[in-house]
Design a binder for this molecule. Structure first.
Ligand code: PHE
Length: 402
């Protein structure tokens, strides 16, 4: 991967503004190649669409459980995109109908509800999941049945390797790990770190490795890599082991529920160094950390403080509907749904292979989270932002370019 630039706050606003000049709607042509790569290129292609009436799409999400805000925010963003599109006449002159199922944050339940969406509800496309382990559970079913799946926010590289039916609208973790490592090494000037990750989550384990590799390449030392598992709530053994090595910071590539617990327990053990994490921190529930996460940072897909008009319009409309500030999940859900509608409009038909081919040939789609072009591996390349946590609230700090 080429070197990334960290841009200071003032410069970032200018550069982000400039990058928008001349960027219109997607120009991807319908009926293009499948995007190449992946398995099953000649696999099944569903014919769920009947050609008239509602166009049915599915969403599978953690509406309950330890990552409930991920699913709820994403669903809010998708619902807003559906409502706006239907207000404007729908897609191909037909209304969109969204069916959302709760997977309780479980991979196995993800398989059950994805199968139901495809076989009983006869959706033409699936949106989801947020968490990479759950996307990795749902994706093989979509691939086998020939139904396109667009993940709004799963960043583990393996998700889209499942096959040509699977794409995403977010950056991937080799980049995100490098962003965190660069920030720790170059902006904060640290050379000695430790990590604490969830070995049961593909996202957390993968991002941990990506970070460690990048930090070492930049000349940093990782003194210890500690792990926990789903449902753990006592982290004192791992934190004590970390404290013994006296690192300058701890990298925490986990999800918000554990991050809040870890931060509180670390402070209680007298560990007052910065904590640094990834997009998995993105939740309004971070406020439960009180001041335990002050002087801590995480990489993310978007900042609600971004002054681009696309962002500010989205934030205003979202606040009108939901009475809260949209997090990155809401923005990515909104972008995934809108990119899907754009691809549907251009597709030769809404049958699986035609629709996947249209999604996979999307270029320069102007999303709230940035410009989205789907590459040959069905991943976009996008900027990341660094947010600082101030009394549980995320504050924009910097933009990082690929
Ligand atoms: N990227 C995380 C994963 O792959 C999910 C996530 C995305 C969480 C954005 C929060 C915000 O599991």
């Amino acid at each position: 991967m080429s070197a990334i630039q960290l841009i200071a706050r003032a410069a970032a606003v200018v550069m982000v503004g400039l990058s928008l000049v001349g960027c219109g709607k997607s120009e991807g042509g319908a009926g293009g190649g499948s995007g190449g790569g992946g398995k099953g290129a000649a696999g099944a292609s569903n014919t769920n669409d009947q050609g008239t009436g509602d166009i049915v799409i599915g969403h599978y999400a953690s509406l309950t459980g330890a990552e409930a805000t991920f699913g709820i925010s994403t669903d809010n963003g998708i619902k807003m995109a559906v409502a706006e599109r239907n207000q404007a006449g729908g897609v191909r002159g037909r209304p969109i109908r969204l069916i959302t199922y709760d997977n309780q944050g479980k991979p196995q339940e993800s398989q059950t509800v994805v199968t139901r969406l495809i076989e009983s509800d006869r959706v033409v496309a699936v949106l989801g999941e947020v968490a990479s382990s759950r996307s990795l559970a749902g994706a093989p079913i979509c691939q086998r049945k020939g139904v396109p799946m667009v993940s709004p926010s799963s960043t583990n590289p393996d998700v889209t390797s499942v096959g040509d039916m699977i794409s995403r609208v977010c950056f991937i973790d080799p980049f995100q790990g490098l962003v965190g490592a660069k920030f720790a090494r170059e902006n904060l000037g640290f050379t000695r770190g430790a990590t604490l990750y969830n070995r049961a989550q593909a996202y957390s384990a993968g991002l941990n490795s990506n970070f460690v590799e990048a930090f070492r390449t930049l000349g940093g030392q990782v003194l210890t890599e500690q792990a926990y598992s789903d449902g753990d709530n006592d982290f004192s053994a791992q934190l004590t082991a970390i404290r013994e090595r006296s690192p300058e910071f701890i990298y925490l590539p986990g999800y918000y529920t554990e991050v809040v617990n870890i931060a509180r327990q670390a402070r209680r053990l007298g560990i007052d160094i910065p904590l640094i994490g990834g997009d998995g921190w993105d939740s309004e529930e971070l406020k439960n950390a009180g001041d335990s996460l002050n002087n801590s940072y995480f990489s993310n897909h978007y900042s609600h403080e971004d002054t681009r008009p696309e962002v500010q319009d989205f934030v205003r409309r979202y606040r009108e509907v939901y009475q809260k500030i949209p997090d990155g999940l809401a923005a990515l859900g909104y972008d995934a749904a809108r990119l899907l509608f754009d691809a549907m409009e251009r597709a030769e038909s809404l049958h699986g292979r035609d629709l996947a081919s249209s999604i996979n040939s999307t270029t320069n789609f102007a999303g709230v989270t940035g410009m989205i072009s789907i590459d040959a591996n069905r991943n976009p390349t996008k900027d990341a932002v660094i947010l600082e946590v101030v009394n549980g609230q995320p504050k924009y700090k910097a933009t990082v370019r690929p």
